[in-house]
Design a protein around this ligand. Structure first.
Ligand SMILES: [Mn+2]
Length: 322
């Protein structure tokens, strides 16, 4: 593995670069990409920022994301991947990357995933709450003073990947780097509003209705929210409007497991599980052919909503010895 100074040395010598971000882009990979692209602009290194897909609606506020291309239009000397643990995470752009690597392009990998496969010629992988913390250090090592665009981009990654500074891997470094972003003019209020709070009136109405009919089971250890296709139709919303509903149940004190059941079509429900930690919801989801993590998982259920309530309740009771 290389040091951040070595990575900076390699990048500074480039005349041109492509910056690769991962599939289904999140605030971290786009924050890293926008910040690094701007830093290279300031150094006079010609560069293009790439992603195989669309920028999610809620990240379009971030200045710099409008420059993202699906395919490069220049033949660059260096290929830099950010927040990407292996080449397959580049999606369609994997082909472009591998072709370049095969032709001897200078490949660089800056990531925070412990499972990173070190697939580039130069690799910097360090476990951090967000990869934007690593890129913040890289920007400094490049000798670039962060402007507002860089500060906003980096803070967006830090805020989103750390769940608003709530995840277990948040440490002093996360706050120190976030503090430097604030010093450089990052708009903390705007970023937290755009990424965590902003919603449409229709989504707020769906949320209120869903929460008011939350079902409590197992002596309030289990809370289940139900969203039907009729609910979505009534408010003119798509399935992605249910994102985040499952988190509400867990804020209620005696609730150990929160579930959001979303009707995909008649007789089919997508279940999302969240746990406070006492009950392993990966185990619960696996009994239905799904899976995930101890604290967050998901699966598909077939049958009526009432049957789904019963089966989930039984599985959670089994997993938690309730
Ligand atoms: Mn990340």
């Amino acid at each position: 593995m290389n040091t951040i100074a070595e990575i900076a040395g390699v990048i500074r010598k480039l005349k041109s670069a492509l910056i690769f971000t991962h599939v289904r882009p999140d605030g971290d990979t786009l924050g890293c990409g926008v910040a690094l692209s701007r830093a290279l602009d300031l150094l006079g290194i010609r560069n293009q920022l790439l992603n195989e897909g669309e920028v999610p609606e809620k990240l379009r506020f971030l200045e710099g994301t409008e420059q993202i291309l699906r395919e490069p239009t220049i033949d660059a000397e260096g290929y830099i991947c950010v927040d990407t643990s292996d080449e397959t995470r580049l999606g369609e752009l994997q082909k472009t990357f591998l072709k370049g690597a095969g032709k001897g392009k200078i490949t660089v990998n800056v990531d925070h995933h412990v499972a990173n496969t070190r697939y580039c010629r130069y690799n910097f992988v360090r476990d951090r709450a967000s990869n934007c913390e690593n890129v913040a250090e890289l920007v400094r090592a490049l000798g670039v003073k962060a402007d507002e665009r860089i500060a906003n981009a980096l803070l967006t990654g830090m805020v989103t990947d750390s769940g608003g500074f709530t995840h277990n891997d948040v440490n002093g470094d996360t706050f120190r780097e976030a503090g430097l972003c604030a010093d450089c003019g990052a708009d903390v209020n705007r970023i937290t509003y755009e990424t965590f709070r902003r919603q449409s009136k229709a989504r707020a109405a769906l949320y209120a209705e869903t929460i008011s009919s939350l079902r409590f089971l197992l002596n309030d250890a289990l809370a289940i929210a139900l969203v039907t296709q009729d609910d979505l139709k009534k408010h003119g919303l798509k399935q992605d409007a249910t994102e985040g509903i499952v988190d509400f149940g867990l804020t209620i004190e005696p609730v150990e497991v929160s579930v959001c059941l979303m009707e995909v079509r008649e007789g089919q429900y997508k279940a999302s599980f969240r746990s406070k930690g006492r009950i392993n919801v990966n185990e619960v989801a696996r009994t239905f052919g799904g899976g995930g993590h101890v604290l967050a998982s998901g699966c598909m259920l077939f049958g009526s909503a009432e049957e789904a309530f019963d089966r989930i309740s039984y599985a959670v009771a089994q997993a938690g010895n309730l």
